[in-house]
Write a protein that binds this ligand. Sequence first.
Ligand SMILES: Cc1cc2nc3c(=O)[nH]c(=O)nc-3n(C[C@H](O)[C@H](O)[C@H](O)COP(=O)(O)O)c2cc1C
Length: 250
Amino acid sequence: MTIQTHPARPSAAHDDPAPGAAAPATPAALRIGGIELSSPVVLAPMAGITNTAFRRLCRDYGGGLYVTEMVTSRALVERSEKSMRIIHHEPYETPRSVQLYGVDPETMGQAVRMLVEEDRADHIDLNFGCPVPKVTRKGGGSALPWKTDLFEAIVTTVVREASRADIPVTVKLRKGIDADHLTYLDAGRIALRAGVAAMTLHGRTTADLYSGGRTGTRSPGSRSTWPARRAAVCQCWATATSSPRRTRRT
Ligand SMILES: Cc1cc2nc3c(=O)[nH]c(=O)nc-3n(C[C@H](O)[C@H](O)[C@H](O)COP(=O)(O)O)c2cc1C
């Protein structure tokens, strides 16, 4: 699959080719499964921010990967109005990238089956990065990879369902629960074994929430211990965007 950007609106960021000139073939800057991206930029998924309008603004700057806001698998299976709005993509949005959250393998599988059967996504990202205490206290969000069996069941089920349409699956992880309970290496190996196409490492622990904590993380691309070396690796940057205080973070 090749990414297409929608017809560009006038912008200083674009250099128009001379009239009649053939567009130069751009080598893929990032490959995720069968998806080739002309730019290695991956927009950090942000609840309350990365909606259609925001993604459109970003897409004007080039063909990266623009993930939706997170949608929970239960709400999606129940076709809640909000979740249907979150996964909606305009025709120019390709590849369509949906971020899913859930703690139950069966419901996650149903949600992915729905996305596949209704042709609503080209890429699925699984969110295991949510540090909100309300969620992690019950073992969900960024605490979930600690339960390796459950983590494996979710990822394996999602990859199996998504593979029916050759849709690549990626996972987003934190380093762990805290400095004494790091999970990213085991989770990375499990995810790779399950067939994920790429992983995103948020270089903080659950305890770090959204600040500090980034020091001491092994760089995914430079240490042989990080299993994602064998898959494409993305890192997300969100601080370039404003983070409204009242927006729910995940
Ligand atoms: C307002 C806000 C909402 C976020 N929502 C999500 C989300 O829905 N899913 C997710 O995986 N990460 C979410 N994140 C985390 C970001 O994707 C990113 O990984 C994180 O902010 C780290 O980047 P930074 O250090 O540049 O802030 C959110 C972050 C912010 C600030």
